[in-house]
Ligand binder design. Structure first.
Ligand code: DON
Length: 327
């Protein structure tokens, strides 16, 4: 194919005005969609306003697009698993982390009490069992030191200090019996060390981190930008681990919807039961969506719809032959 033909066939770059117009349009379209359920198994999450909705995009060169309730705080929940996995990789290296937690999608629910038959490892770091095992690896002499390391790590991605929402933390801590059962099972097989109550507390704290939708987009954009926050230019995680993080969330980030997600949207992503959705467009932008009504797999209903449309309209699917770049 000659260069001329290739140039004629190449789709136009995505212009900033088109991004903001698309966000406004999708916001107005899906604001009317009010189906799904709030997560009720964590009592504190059942109190959230189900109508909240926001979509934010940050590009790797720091352009910012936002619509809706983007300043509304919510707890990060399972999306935290992505970043704590990065911290564990940075602290221990790929081989040691892989010895404790696999990278295989399960096709099961996120809270399934299941370990790999042969290795006794949790299947991957994005299901609860794997995430608890990963959290148990975080270094520090005292629980406060480990929490402080974790908060500093999150600050690198977000660009400002964050806090743990105490009501959600206590709510999870008092009702998280399945997570306790998983921790005991892993202790039984020697996959995590004996301080399981400390590991569980840290896991509940990471899930209860309060962020807003704009923070979520900056975090996604930092992953898109090889681990460097595009607004503060802080390197939040060594760039050599971005490959690991993105492969795992591409295959395991949307739980038992991961295959359909990869097929339709085609981007690394992670959801959480508070209604957050983080999407990484490698080398281009980070997308954050927040809408608390969930489908039966625990993914945000509006979040999935908006992502499908954004991917299709902007040609973002990783394997799309008509991929477009941000202008
Ligand atoms: O452990 C739990 O159940 C919650 N703290 C996190 C779950 C979560 O967000 C799963 N995501 N869809």
């Amino acid at each position: 194919m000659s260069n001329e033909v290739a140039a004629n066939n190449s789709p136009a770059t995505i212009q900033p005005v088109e991004i903001q117009e698309t966000l406004d349009e999708l916001y107005n379209k899906y604001r009317l969609l009010q189906i799904g359920q709030l997560a009720t198994y964590i009592p504190e999450l059942a109190k959230v306003n189900p109508e909240l909705f926001s979509i934010c995009i940050i590009t790797v060169d720091g352009q910012c697009f936002k619509v809706g309730d983007f300043q509304q705080l919510f707890t990060i929940q399972s999306i935290s698993k992505v970043f704590v996995y990065g911290l564990a990789l940075a602290e221990h290296g790929r081989e040691q982390v892989l010895a404790k937690v696999g990278v295989e999608p399960t096709g099961d629910a996120f809270n399934a009490i299941i370990l790999d038959e042969k290795s006794k490892r949790p299947y991957n770091p994005m299901v609860n069992a794997g995430a608890i095992a990963i959290t148990s690896l975080i270094k520090g002499n005292e629980p406060t030191e480990r929490l402080s390391r974790m908060l500093s790590m999150f600050e690198g991605y977000i660009g400002h200090e964050t806090t743990v929402d105490m009501l959600t933390f206590m709510s999870e801590r008092t009702t998280g019996h399945r997570n306790r059962a998983m921790a005991h099972l892993m202790l039984n097989f020697g996959m995590i060390d004996e301080k399981i109550d400390e590991a569980l507390d840290l896991y509940f704290q990471q899930c209860s981190l309060a962020i807003n939708c704009l923070d979520l987009a900056v975090m996604a954009a930092t992953l898109s930008n090889q681990g460097r926050n595009p607004l503060t230019h802080v390197q939040a995680v060594p760039s050599c681990y971005i490959r690991d993080i993105l492969s795992v969330i591409y295959t395991c980030g949307m739980y038992n919807f991961a295959g359909e997600w990869a097929y339709k949207v085609g981007l690394p992503a992670k959801s959480g039961v508070s209604g957050g959705l983080l999407i990484v467009v490698p080398g281009q932008m980070g997308i954050g969506i927040f809408s608390p009504l969930l489908d039966e797999r625990g993914n945000s209903v509006r979040g999935v719809k908006v992502s499908e449309e954004l991917s299709q309209r902007f040609g973002l699917h990783l394997f799309d032959c008509k991929k477009r770049d941000v202008g």
